[in-house]
Design a protein around this ligand. Sequence first.
Ligand code: SF4
Ligand code: SF4
Length: 428
Amino acid sequence: MARRRVGHIIRRNGRKYGQASVEIKIAKDLEKSPQTMRREDEISFYSREYPLESFAVSESASAEWAADIREKVAPETSALYEQFQQEIESGISWVRESGDIAAVGIPTAADVTDVIRQKAYEIGYGEIGFTRFDRRFIYESRRGDVKNDLPNAICLAVEQEYSATQGIPGLDSERAQGDAYKKQIVFAKDLVGFISRLGFRTQVFGPAWHFGPMIPLFVEAGLGQLGVNGQLLSPHFGSRARLQIILTDANVKYDKPVDFGIPKFCEICQVCFTRCPGRAIQGQRIWFRGVEKSKLIFKRCRPIMARYDGCGVCMKVCPIQKYGLPEVMEHYIETGEVLGKGTPNLENYELGDKGYFRVGKLPVFTSEFFDMPLGRSEEYLSRKHARDLRSVDKPEQQEKLWSSYREAIEKSSNRQVKIVDMGMDLAE
Ligand code: SF4
Ligand code: SF4
């Protein structure tokens, strides 16, 4: 195919502190203004009238179900999640209480954007951007948790380790995800201390505990664009970017959204769409709550994630994740083609008991495979309890059912505050 004309060139810092800066050329025919992908009045309307809710709450019934399935079919994965839960519990508690940390320095009116950016980069964050904190994206159940009206969001991404990610789905990649979470806690403590000494307040969101979806803020801060796989594709890490936001009242300048050519590139690529084992990805974007976005079909994704190590094939097969955005865009300009598309190197994967899937082949599942309770666990458990009660008539049998119902409700509320359901951090 013919060589493409270059539309614009983006220059970024190197992916790690001290590395040379990079240039990303975007083809003219991939250009699309990020502003055309949002309708501000619709975002406001939905936020006001139909507030967002976290999947951990609104789909808690499936979380129950997934944890039970995982224990049965993938006990090693269950054990790994439990281990991570224990290892990062105190770190997540710190994140949850970070809004109460008082500033220790004396603030000045000086613009501190560059000093914070530099410090974050030195600490180890690979993508750093600033934007206004948009309160319209706060989950209904988190509204009381976002403190002090901090107006600015520092968007920060840590890279999930490359080689383990290429073996998705598997325990190594789940470990790599957990390791990225641990890094986020260490890095955030360092950066919060620094900002506090400058005299400013902060509140940290992520890992695992979020105020709401983070991707819209990362897009506003110029740190990438939403891929058809539902993940942020960041210039340095693609979909391996693990996201975190620190709110602050420090005096900072905002970055601007950047057109990385991703929305139009996804229309041509479609690899995640064709390779998803659950057929849970839609190739085309739709308007949803005022944003042009990729909506995954949750009930086709969750059953796969529960049984196959959090799945993640959509992350693994993304060429931007695998080869890097500069390389993918350069290849497109040179050839008009998607780097790696149609090759085993990019597209093949192994899915547990289903076997190895080459380009063009997908696993087949029965419709029962996707049977999964939807909605909130309290509602699911009470429906089930009412059904069970109708099937018995002796008082001692009823008492036994009431007792297991109480136990199930207790177990469920404990699970909802658990932090590591790595398959369910879709809320980002
Ligand atoms: S996690 Fe797996 S099942 Fe879910 S969308 Fe991605 S590839 Fe599909
Ligand atoms: S695999 Fe292709 S279509 Fe899917 S998110 Fe990545 S670039 Fe977009």
